[in-house]
Design a binder for this molecule. Structure first.
Ligand code: MUC
Ligand code: MG
Length: 382
């Protein structure tokens, strides 16, 4: 048996290349929780648990991710068989409710470890990759229309991105619509323009907003109202041609089923972390496919590590009608991977190699680490 000997968490704070202005917070730093598992045969597994804007995006913070792993997940997994991922997930599901990002980070490290021991990419463990690259969007969120236009034009010219997600919901609806209209008019048919409201609108604002956005050539609206207002999402979905995407409303397969059942969206933004791990994200994908939902690979703006993890899963998904947004590492001022993920021809490449397919740069981890990481060891392994 390959035992789990050690579970270690490390918090990293990495500056962003510019302020990332969202309806609920402006990010100038991204904070990632790295999880390292060491197994009795000397192999290791890496995972990442990352959220956005502290506690402003959702119910977990970097600090709560560390505490859930340190106090509740690590103690029950230490000493267990590292190859028995389903056994570990069932146990953690029983003992830890919510805390999906924390659970996902540990699960990712289990898959990475297993893949490395088997000398197989994680995509192989999920049935095999059907893509070697995925279309990848960029988020325009500088808070200024002219800066956003210049940024988008450069992205198109350099072949990096031609799908843009605009973060709106902070200003009045009419101002936001004018901002989207200006950007769409400037970019024209060279770009797909979409928006993410991050739950900021009430239903009345959303009714006006969706109609107006549709008229200015915006193709999709992500999470216009609060996640819990599923009937409102269903009304907006049924009442407009513009696609409605569920993001914060999708916390795992149970949510996927409820959203699909009342058609509270046209598209699922499937996120590994928000789903509660790779397996649950695969279940969200399966429910979405069965319900005829459009699919999109979503991000929590992870570093290259979490991004590579998600790429391993989404490489196995045949139909990603709306592409992906796995650009997290590009929003950061520095790279923490030994070899960066490759972006070219408006796509992101799926890393090759065993496990998640990437390695960390130890100097960068030492530079960006915040005090307060933890290490839980098996008594026998100390
Ligand atoms: C979100 O709400 O989708 C994804 C891209 C981005 O800029 O922010 C995230 C979060
Ligand atoms: Mg979103």
């Amino acid at each position: 048996m390959t035992k789990i000997d050690l579970i270690e968490t490390t918090i990293l704070d990495i500056p962003t290349i510019r302020g990332h202005v969202l309806s609920m917070a402006t990010m100038r730093t991204q904070t990632a929780v790295l999880v390292r598992l060491r197994f009795s045969d000397g192999s290791e597994g890496l995972g990442e648990g990352t959220t956005i804007g502290g506690l402003s995006y959702g119910p977990e913070s970097p600090e709560s991710i560390v505490s859930a792993i340190e106090s509740y997940i690590a103690p029950v997994l230490i000493g267990r068989d590292g190859d028995d991922i389903n056994g570990a997930l069932n146990l953690v599901d029983k003992l830890v409710k919510g805390n999906r990002i924390a659970r996902a980070a540990v699960e990712s490290a289990l898959w990475d470890g297993l893949g490395k021991r088997l000398n197989a990419p994680v995509s192989q463990l999920f049935g095999g990759a059907v893509h070697d690259r995925l279309p990848v969007a960029w988020t325009l969120a500088s808070g200024n229309s002219d800066t956003d236009i210049a940024e988008a034009e450069e992205m198109i010219e350099t072949g990096r991105h031609n799908i843009f997600k605009l973060k709106i919901g902070k200003r009045a609806v009419a101002e936001d619509v004018a901002h989207v209209a200006r950007i769409k008019a400037a970019l024209g048919d060279a770009a797909s323009v979409r928006v993410d409201v991050n739950q900021a609108w009430g239903l009345t604002d959303a009714r006006h907003g969706l109609r107006a956005l549709q008229d200015v050539g915006c193709e999709l609206v992500e999470q216009p109202v609060q996640a819990r207002y599923r009937e409102a999402m269903a009304e907006l979905t049924a009442g407009n041609e513009i696609a409605v995407m569920a993001d914060e409303a999708l916390n795992g397969p149970e949510d996927a089923l409820s959203v699909a059942a009342i058609r509270a969206a046209d598209v699922f933004a499937v996120k590994v972390a928000q789903s509660g791990g790779l397996k649950r994200a695969a279940e969200v994908v399966a429910i979405g496919r069965a319900a005829g939902m459009g699919l999109y690979g979503g991000t929590m703006l992870e570093t290259g590590l979490g991004t590579a993890t998600a790429l391993q899963l989404f490489a196995t998904v045949e139909t990603l009608d709306w592409g992906s947004e796995f650009f997290g590492p590009l929003l950061l001022t520095d790279e923490i991977l030994a070899t960066p993920i490759v972006y070219s021809d408006f796509c992101v490449e799926i890393p090759r190699g065993p496990g998640i397919g990437v390695a960390l740069d130890p100097d960068k981890i030492a530079f960006y680490r915040r005090d307060g990481g933890t290490s839980i060891k098996a008594v026998a392994a100390v």
